[in-house]
Design a protein around this ligand. Structure first.
Ligand SMILES: *Cc1c(COP(=O)(O)O)cnc(C)c1O
Length: 396
């Protein structure tokens, strides 16, 4: 009798279906924006990471076209061999200038920047302390590094300190890992406390600014700027694919850190350089993010408006089982009682013309509608959303 070594995949999928965890892609037609087209229907988009509304901006598009015409579509090699172009260096200078660090390094994605950085900084003799809600790329970077990994309770600097007191001495290097804006809840890490602990315990600190870059801080430099910690010794990772509307990731920090990564980070060395189009689009986005602070002003006005409306309508109401999770970012999560309720709400809203996705375990511990705001949203997007949510919340 022959057995099929791939048969387990069907079983695994069946298990995923039974748990209500099955997921599939949804097609958006046409250009990115606050309003998009899905299945021929116009929908107001509360699911995008394009916080400043730049992914569909004509200036980024023109920059990508011009770079493609000048350099071609592919960068044709890794950065250390044949893939390096002057625009990569310009982009790295622009990131370092935004972050006010000595240097920066661009990776093919934010995910890869975390894998490539964490695994280059620590190894078997070292200790990683990681927030329990950290992004998958930090979690997997930690595993890849071979270091001992201990999690601490979400944003709990006291528990982190206990771990450091108990374990730090037995390891060579120590690396603290945290998202700066947590991607599923929208709350912020306690950065000043983490910096102080890193200094006391001779530990490195890596913060993932994926959802903060372009969004937080007066110049859009991120959470580090927001907390007044610009110039502190730490490692900042982030992405070019959220508020900056392009694709790619980066690390910003000291000149020696970046020089070391260029020589030791496998996730940077052994992969093809960022495409000319993505590089040029990101470079243009950084300039716009700095020259047009009104985008951030508008974004935060939208956040305040939606937060106030949600709080007044639902969260303050004893009859409604919706909880707005604490957030200090354009990510607003409405926690509901079960995966089924989250799906029901998302489906009903979608029929009413709103894209507000249900996020369920195993991505997050509790089911929720996760809403993200953009600078290009306005009252005509937010007010009807509140009405549609009211219409459907009475049904749960
Ligand atoms: C999106 C995200 C990443 C990955 O960035 P990509 O450029 O999309 O690969 C890393 N960390 C966090 C916290 C993120 O939200």
């Amino acid at each position: 009798m022959t057995t099929n070594p791939y048969a387990w995949i069907d079983d695994a999928l069946a298990t995923i279906h039974r748990a209500g965890w099955y997921r599939s892609v949804q097609t958006i037609q046409g250009r990115a924006g606050a309003v998009v087209e899905m299945d021929g229907q116009r929908v107001i988009n509360f699911a995008s990471n394009d916080y400043l509304g730049l992914a569909g901006d004509d200036r980024l598009i023109q920059a990508a076209i011009a770079a493609t015409q000048k350099y071609g579509t592919g960068s044709t090699g890794s950065r250390l061999v044949s893939g390096h172009r002057d625009i990569h260096q310009q982009l790295e200078r622009a990131i370092a200038a935004l972050k006010q660090t000595e240097d920066a390094l661009v990776f093919s994605s934010g995910y890869l920047a975390n894998l490539g950085t964490v695994s280059a900084l620590v190894g078997k003799r070292d200790l990683i302390l990681s927030d329990q809600y950290n992004h998958s790329s930090l979690v997997n970077g930690a595993i890849l590094s071979g270091a001992t990994v201990l999690k601490y309770a979400h944003c709990d600097a006291a528990e982190l300190q206990q771990h450091l007191e108990q374990h730090r001495d037995r390891y060579r290097r120590c690396l603290l890992l945290t998202d700066s804006v947590f991607s599923m809840d929208g709350d912020l890490c306690p950065l000043p406390e983490l910096l102080a602990l890193a200094e006391t315990f001779d530990a490195m600190l890596l913060v993932d600014e994926a959802h903060a870059t372009g969004v937080l801080g007066g110049t859009g430099a991120g959470c580090v700027e927001h907390f007044g910690c610009t110039g502190s010794t730490l490692i900042q990772v982030g992405t070019l694919s959220k508020a900056l509307g392009s694709l790619g990731g980066y690390v910003a920090g000291s000149a020696t850190l970046i020089d070391y990564l260029r020589n030791r980070s496998a996730g940077w060395i052994y992969t093809t350089a960022l495409s000319p189009a993505d590089t040029a689009a990101a470079l243009t986005a950084i300039a716009i993010a700095q020259q047009e602070p009104q985008r951030r002003t508008q974004l935060w006005q939208n956040v305040t408006a939606l937060k106030q409306a949600l709080t007044q309508k639902f969260v303050a109401s004893p009859n409604v089982d919706l909880k707005l999770l604490p957030s200090e970012s354009p990510i607003l999560s409405l926690q509901v009682g079960s995966p089924a309720i989250a799906l029901h709400l998302a489906t009903a809203l979608r029929q009413a013309g709103f894209f507000a996705p249900a996020i369920r375990p195993p991505t997050v511990p509790t089911s929720r509608l996760r809403l993200t705001l953009m600078a290009t949203h306005d009252k005509t997007h937010i007010d009807p959303f509140i009405t549609a949510l009211s219409d459907n919340v009475t049904l749960i």
